[in-house]
Design a protein around this ligand. Structure first.
Ligand code: PMP
Length: 286
């Protein structure tokens, strides 16, 4: 069945949705995005994603074609039209199509481009990977310096996933100046002696919406959280490791560069946080 997608004010069958070849998202990766998960037909942490979207747009001096109420309505319409029970909504806004290819930004009255589509993922919350854990490798972080802005320039993260695949792993953790920044499309954590350790916020990582919620729930459950840089050696020596993202929620990591982490099976802290996160977010979903 063809999906119904949203492009610049219209709901269309996916084959009919078009954007210009001069779109700056296409030519310059001049665009931002968000991915919001859907559980039980409802949006998980929409407010968090909407806030981060506004921040990404502001940081890039980019106008939004819709206000946040309209954006919520578009998300809901797409969930309904595509009968999404569990899955993801992808949203992208670019600086629009200029008249020609030019590095300088186009005139301010150039309409931004907005595209949304759904990805149906039955069983997203009951993922088999959450029971076995995933394997990661470490790679150098070769991305640009403003990783706090959620731009669509995802070539290096894509290459990182391919490096992981070639090594028989599921994902890669990136390392800069000796410290882990984050996973290719997720935030990275280790657990040592009951303390949850994850890199502090800054321009070096994306400020994960799932990260913010998970750290809040961890603190509410009286767990100790340290927001500081950590090394790959610390990760290999940790009791547990995990990642968070809107599409994986909380996902245990059981192997780093071919070496088992802790017992080599998902640990109790990761399992508990996944459970709390899913319970609380289902309750709060809109
Ligand atoms: N870091 C990076 C580099 C990401 O691409 C993502 C997911 N888009 C995350 C972290 C996790 O962010 P969120 O929890 O908001 O999905």
């Amino acid at each position: 069945m063809s999906r119904t997608v949203y492009v610049n004010g219209q709901y269309l069958p996916e084959e009919e949705a078009k954007v210009s070849i001069f779109d700056r998202g296409f030519l310059f990766a001049d665009g931002v995005y968000e991915v919001t998960s859907v559980l039980g037909g409802k949006l998980v942490d929409f407010a968090g994603h909407a806030r981060r979207l506004e921040r990404s747009l502001t940081e890039l001096d980019m106008a939004s074609p819709v206000d946040m109420d309209e954006l919520l309505e578009i998300h809901r319409q797409l969930v309904e039209k595509n009968e999404i029970d569990e899955g993801l909504i992808y949203l992208q806004i670019t600086r629009g199509a200029a008249a020609d290819r030019d590095f300088a930004f186009p005139p301010e009255d150039t309409p931004p481009t907005i595209v949304l589509f759904t990805q149906s993922k039955p069983g997203l919350a009951d993922s088999p990977a959450a029971k076995t854990g995933i394997k990661v490798i470490s790679i150098e972080d070769q991305r640009w310096g403003r990783r706090d802005i959620k731009t669509v320039q995802l070539l290096y993260p894509s290459m990182g996933k391919m490096m992981a695949k070639a090594a028989g792993a599921d994902d890669a953790w990136m390392v800069e100046d000796g410290f882990v920044t984050e996973g290719t499309s997720n935030n990275a954590y280790i657990v040592k002696n009951g303390t949850i350790i994850t890199r502090h916020l800054g321009n070096e990582i994306l400020h994960g919406i799932t990260r913010a919620a998970v750290l809040r729930f961890a603190r509410e459950a009286q767990m100790t959280v340290e927001e500081r840089p950590f090394t790959i050696d610390e990760a290999k020596d940790a009791d547990e490791a995990f990642i968070t993202s809107a599409s994986s929620f909380v996902m245990p990591v059981v192997d780093m560069d071919g070496q088992a982490i802790g017992s080599g099976a998902p640990g109790p802290v990761s399992a508990r946080l996944r459970e709390i996160y899913l319970d609380e977010m289902r309750k709060a979903a809109v």
